[in-house]
Design a protein around this ligand. Sequence first.
Ligand code: M6R
Length: 608
Amino acid sequence: MCGIVGILGKNEVSPLILESLKRLEYRGYDSAGIATVNLGKLDRRRSVGKLLNLSDHLVSNPLSGKSGIGHTRWATHGAPTIVNSHPHQSGTSVAVVHNGIIENFNDLKSKLIAKGANFESETDTEVIAHLVHKFLESGMHPTDAVKETLPLLQGAFALCFLFSGEPDLMIAARQGSPLAIGYGNDEMFIGSDAIALSPLTNKISYLEEGDCAVIQRHSVKIFDQSDNLVERKINKIKPDQTRSSKDGFKHFMLKEIFEQPEALSRVITKYISADGKSITIKCSEMDLDKIEKITMVACGTAYLACATAKYWFEKFARIPVEVDIASEFRYREPPLTKDTLAIFVSQSGETADTLAALRYAKIHAKKVISIVNVSESSIARESDLAIPILAGPEISVASTKGFTNQLAVLAILALKIAAEQNQLSSPQLQTYLANLRYLPSLQNDVLDASPKIEKISRKLSKITNMLFLGRGVMHPLALEGALKLKEISYIHAEGFASGELKHGPIALIDNKVPVVVIAPTNDLFEKTISNMHEVMARDGKVIFVTDREGSEVASKGSWEIIEMPKITHLFAPIVYAIPMQLLAYYTAVTKGTDVDQPRNLAKSVTVE
Ligand code: M6R
């Protein structure tokens, strides 16, 4: 995680770096810092906590200079303190900002200490500053000093260096963590992503694995892993990659929850033909008719989107599906066959574990499809086919519209594969597509019920444990409801398949534990209701999420009811996700937690 910015500018750069860091704060907000070259010397300011603190610090302690680097930190090695904040320096010759982890830093640190180096921080990053400093001291040019240092580093990193006496030089390097170069007029920029650079320039190129870029105001030289001078394509950033505002909502999360009907409509319009008869995802080269197995890999909420989609792929296409957590998949080396389609789902498209898993699948699977929100992301660029979920920028750490749009794209892809494999007749396909086209209006109906959910949430702010139960396609949604609640309200919550309750979790039930039971009146309704009664019999406080029919027949004894529109088909999670999100949101607001930037978390997880 962590966000990096670098600017060789025409004017004072601190305010611009601060502005860009704000756009990267979703990557981490434990501490922040900026270093500049001013009158030939390195100078820096660092603050613990959110960027606002750095901004205040800069008001009382301004930082001059027309070249600078900045960093917003998600702590890995060492607590969020001033000395552990980036930029790190060794002596006065070099400053560095880093995103990633240097795995062999202990070994490097011991060797440097043995040679007399003094370390001020507990970070892995500081070894990089010391190594470069050592090479500079031996008389090397900064470019050579960095090039000598990079092969000594093991792990994942994106780095940006600044040097004293070099106001027209930045050096950037990428191995495992993303980094973009922005091209201006007599100015150059470095950023962890295009969003950071979008107010500064619309011309971006992405460094590739092993690249090292030597940047001056009028030139950029990029060297690849083998030190060959290479060119990287310059892309124009699209306006939708720019960060948006809260538009009057109290939090980005609430705004993004309410954006779901519109975001879902974009997916439907883009991937379903206007006459509702066919799917328009362009994938003729993917040989979808020849696939015999599907492996789906992701993390967190994206993983739960995959777990939901497993039901769709198996039901519609009758293809066996395995769903895996990326951090497990990548080291398990699962046997993939050449008839396996590997699908990777990631909102950010930069999640380190998902990217590493994708690279394994690229070698062993037939084809790799990614489902991403950021079309220019590393995961998108390394896939055989990237299908954008068109959710628009998702700023809140808790994924909401990202999740429901991932589900929608996966549902359409499942139908597409089913059709290619002749598992669906045209009328069947059209019925399913009609079901999907109706979902945005059902999402709107649920959003209208948000005051009721807000009222229920007020009763949850004092509780310490909560359970979520669902069956079939609603089981992953129970897990998602629990994840959302713990992520932003810090209330311990767990999701279970309702049939599993009596195999252990039922021991947790008493009159202090609210249990959300997700039960549309589908073919599994009666079974879920039996499990709900098992909870009620033990004094559990049931929050019953069902449609009118369900509420009429089974609500007796519930603590609260959230009434949903009638949806009996398998796509119901795309609508039932909303009450889970609203419950978590309003509970967090009542508790007064930091909804958009919950503690210990970051939006883009670029370390493993
Ligand atoms: O960007 P990604 O979709 O790859 O991120 C995966 C998870 O880190 C993410 O879904 C996380 O679980 C969310 N914060 C959950 O709301």
